[in-house]
Design a protein around this ligand. Structure first.
Ligand code: MRU
Length: 353
């Protein structure tokens, strides 16, 4: 961990930026190498944004949405530069490609649809003008996400009492958003209000977002964090007593079913058994009112090597069969409340209908 400490010091305890747009380039923090290295990818081609989303260099539902919005800007810049005609048709085709980068987080399609609506607006003007409009829409999506996270933080912190011990899973922090975070936004706001005694971070196998990203983020902010392996959660609840589980979401169905990082469902079941409130913190861009229930949400399945290998080293016999769903579904009935930028929503959940 010597390198990680260096990375932390280099950033003086200030949370690193997930994404930054500067002079026609999207700078993406490469989260695959955190916390060992703080490295930015300078991206000028929308196809590279797709690759970055696929390999989780940028990840977390809201951050994926923002990256997709800027991918649309990069595509529009390219097609405007080439000026061969069919600008809108080419942009729509690019939108289709970007939309396939990952299937579960609805924020991806939500951001693309917002950009398509801008491009299709009556009187949108010449391609160069559309590029400018797409750029300001992407900036608006970025800023609204960050502001929304702060509001989520305020609403969520009010649910916690002083001296709270909370468990979070995966990374729903500044790194998964434009900044501040959803689940970690609640934790940040609660910590600022003097309410947090300890945050337990589940390591989140197989890709270790909890160990690599959440523990890193909380350390940077000086928030007390204890890392556990995923299999320790039940014993943690039984032995230490926990005041809340707080997680993010990749998609919330109209009935409140939640798709989130694999392992979330197990935590919700454990929380129910132990009488621990189970909160989901997410912006409205994560709600899919057109999806009646969780069963319809596409769950991404990723490569076997993520499970058969650990830190690049094989840990299973060659040829071992693997099932590797990246997300799971938590029934809305296990969710105590959903914390959004508009306020806290209690069951029965009914979005959009
Ligand atoms: O595969 P990942 O790292 O993109 O999964 C991320 C999560 O599951 C997060 O909890 C979710 O996207 C919410 S982020 C605010």
């Amino acid at each position: 961990m010597r390198l990680s400490t260096r990375a932390l010091r280099a950033h003086g305890g200030v949370t690193v930026e997930t994404l930054r747009w500067e002079d026609g380039t999207l700078y993406i923090l490469d989260q695959t190498v955190l916390p060992r290295k703080v490295n930015y990818l300078a991206v000028k081609d929308y196809r590279e944004v797709i690759q970055a989303i696929r390999r989780l260099a940028v990840r977390g539902a809201p951050a994926i949405g923002v990256a997709a919005a800027y991918a649309m800007v990069l595509a529009a810049l390219e097609f405007a530069r080439e000026g061969a005609g069919n600008f809108l048709a080419r942009l729509e085709a690019a939108a289709g490609e970007i939309g396939k980068a990952r299937p579960t987080a609805v924020n991806l399609d939500w951001a693309i649809q917002r950009q398509l609506a801008v491009a299709r607006q009556k009187g949108a003007g010449a391609p160069q003008e559309i590029v400018e409009r797409l750029l300001s829409e992407a900036a608006a999506i970025f800023t609204a996400d960050k502001d929304g996270n702060k509001a989520i933080g305020v609403h969520g912190a009010a649910l916690l009492s002083r001296g709270a011990a909370v468990l979070t899973h995966c990374n729903a922090g500044g790194l998964a958003t434009s900044g501040y975070g959803t689940a970690l936004g609640v934790i940040r706001a609660a910590y600022a209000a003097g309410k947090i005694k300890m945050v337990y971070a589940g390591e989140t196998r197989p890709l270790l977002q909890g160990a690599r990203l959440t523990a890193f983020e909380l350390q940077q902010d000086g928030i007390p964090v204890t890392l556990i392996t995923d299999s320790m959660a039940g014993y943690l609840m039984a032995q230490k007593g926990l005041d809340a589980v707080i997680v993010g979401a990749d998609r919330i169905a109209a009935n409140g079913d939640v798709a989130n990082k694999i392992g979330t469902y197990s935590l919700a079941v454990l929380a129910k058994y132990h009488g621990v409130p189970f909160y989901v913190a997410a912006p409205f861009s994560t709600v899919d009112p057109a999806m009646p229930q969780g069963a319809g949400i596409p769950i991404e399945e990723r490569g076997a090597d993520e499970v058969t290998h650990f830190a690049g080293e094989p840990v299973a016999a060659p040829g071992t069969a693997v099932w590797n769903p990246a997300f799971d579904l938590t029934p809305g009935e296990l969710v105590t409340a959903i914390i959004t930028e508009r306020g806290v929503i209690h069951p029965p959940y009914k979005f959009g209908g």
